[in-house]
Design a protein around this ligand. Sequence first.
Ligand code: AMP
Ligand code: TRP
Length: 354
Amino acid sequence: MAFTELVFSGVQPTGNLHLGNYLGAIVNFVKMQETHNCIYCVVDMHAITQGVDVWGGPTELARNTREVTAAFIAAGIDPKKHIVFNQSQVAGHAELAWIFNCVARVGWLNRMTQFKEKAGKDRENASIGLYDYPVLMAADILLYRATHVPVGEDQKQHLELSRDIAQKFNNDFADSIRRSGFDDGLFFPLPEPLIMGPATRVMSLRDGTKKMSKSDASDYSRINLTDDADAIAQKIRKAKTDPEPLPSEEKGLEARPEADNLVGIFAALSARSKQDVLREFGGGQFSSFKNALVELCVSKLSPIAGEMKRLVADPAYIDRVLIDGADRARALADQTMTKTKDIVGFIRGQTGPW
Ligand code: AMP
Ligand code: TRP
């Protein structure tokens, strides 16, 4: 069966949206709008999987949910042409996740590296939600039977799990799926990760071997989307480098993680290749390259920060966007849940929702 190509992706409202989120994910969300119908979700149910000290409590969660929504819109996502909403408003995410909990295997989840990283040493004390996180993520995508998922490099393993879940569901329920009118036995598509651009894994400005992350204790490790020009300049000037001049060839970046990261950021922000950037700056000192990078970063990010500020000052508008998006998402989700319930054998009423 040919699935209609549909894009789905999500971002957690856990604060400190940064350049990694922007270049690894949001820039590609914007791009995909030109060719696909897109659904972009602020995944507030994922956000609460770690302790309240991480997600900050109810006031912070609501604030961060609005801030991610504002970032989407400020970056160029059109919530009228596409769908922008927060996950908890569409009950199907949790419902489908439960069904998928009964499809996914413990052994599969035990292999998830992000759980191991986030749970740390005290694994016994991690929430069940954190462990189950990738199953909810599979439900997010497959609730809309989405086929393409733009994400940063770190989500690749989760996407593979989503494919495994889709495939096992299709196998486990093959006869029922056929009886429901899907002659080829394919109900869920196997979603494809779209990991695109020269900055799919933006690294910390303090340590080129560590991912740029919302949770790094040092604010100097990341450029936040809300940073002003002065903060951006300071952070880039202080960014760790090595004593060598920049190489002229891309292979000269090997084993130089900080240089590689800064060149990758420059390339992504200017929509050029790393090699092209090195053609201009290779052989030169970091200081002049950093000056150019500051200018580029400020010119690309300042308008977004300004627009975000304007948008979050009008929470009623943001909430209307999320409510309208959720209504449209729910209409699609209901169709999948109706069929999924029939396939599984759950009895349901004929009049809505299900
Ligand atoms: P999260 O903030 O964890 O919800 O991530 C939202 C999106 O940003 C996901 O697609 C991630 O893969 C992406 N992302 C997060 N950190 C980075 C990074 N350092 N470099 C590139 N992409 C990232
Ligand atoms: N796990 C993703 C992250 O942390 C966020 C996410 C939740 C997501 N559900 C998703 C991404 C569905 C893509 C598709 O980055």
